[in-house]
Design a protein. Structure first.
Lengths: 85, 162
């Protein structure tokens, strides 16, 4: 799977900014820096997609859909580091 | 300088698309300008008697979340005098946009800042003109609008040279 296209990456930046605005949560980086973070994470996930998939136990790896595994990854990540959707 | 008009969020008018949202933050009405889409609001007024000289708009704002970066805005004026041939029910005739030197946002979200915009292009407005002021966050300017998140506009003051 290729990295996300430019429009999708920009959409992520726009949505996260709207969420942070709604929550009045301070953000100490600029828009270009936020976009660079999205780009870097997307590239990292693209590079390491196979390794992440292999981290799932066989039952989950084979029994969950790709979308369900992505949701699981998102929730575990958020719970570990305190973010919220 | 003399204050000639004050424009508050409750009196804002909205174009058909890409307009800032009016909302309330801590019981204060604000216009929330998005960080990704260039949004606009307008106000309508009659130019007061005694209006003279170059006009200046002073915008009071705060950021929803950003503590670094800059915000960029443009202001346009459309002035219609008695007897003008402007067909108001079919035409908009805003003058060329007036730009600003994009201010750096306050280091704490929620603190106010003010910037001024010299209205060099004021559509030859004179006293008694029916006019509109259009305010747009130039959110797609990658160089001059770098602050993340919403920019909340609290008020706009119109000053002249008196």
């Amino acid at each position: 799977m290729a990295v996300l296209d430019d429009t999708t990456r920009a959409g992520i930046v726009a949505e996260i900014m709207r969420q942070l605005s709604r929550e009045a949560e301070s953000v100490a980086i600029t828009k270009p820096e936020l976009r660079a973070a999205v780009d870097a994470l997307d590239s990292f996930l693209d590079t390491n997609a196979t390794a992440i998939n292999n981290a799932f136990p066989a039952a989950a790896r084979n029994g969950l859909t790709t979308g369900q595994k992505a949701r699981l990854l998102a929730w575990v990540t958020l719970k570990r580091w305190g973010g919220q959707l | 300088m003399a204050t000639r008009a004050i424009f508050l969020p409750q009196a804002a008018e909205f174009p058909a698309s890409n307009y800032a949202q009016i909302t309330v933050i801590n019981e204060r009405p604000v216009l929330a300008f998005d960080a990704s889409t260039a949004e606009t609001v307008r106000w309508t007024c009659l130019a007061p008697q005694g209006l003279t000289g170059t006009l200046t708009a002073v915008v009071t704002y705060m950021m929803a979340s950003a503590t670094t970066g800059k915000v960029d805005f443009e202001i346009q004026i459309e002035a219609v005098s008695d007897g003008d041939a402007t067909d108001l029910d079919a035409t908009t005739s805003f003058d060329t946009a007036n730009t600003i030197t994009a201010p750096t946002v306050p280091g704490t979200a929620g603190h106010i800042d003010q910037f001024s915009c010299t209205l060099t292009n004021a559509d030859s407005m004179v006293a008694a003109d029916y006019f509109r002021l259009s305010l747009k966050r130039d959110a797609t300017d990658a160089t001059n609008d770098t602050a993340t998140g919403d920019c909340y506009v609290l008020a706009v003051e119109l000053r002249d040279a008196a």
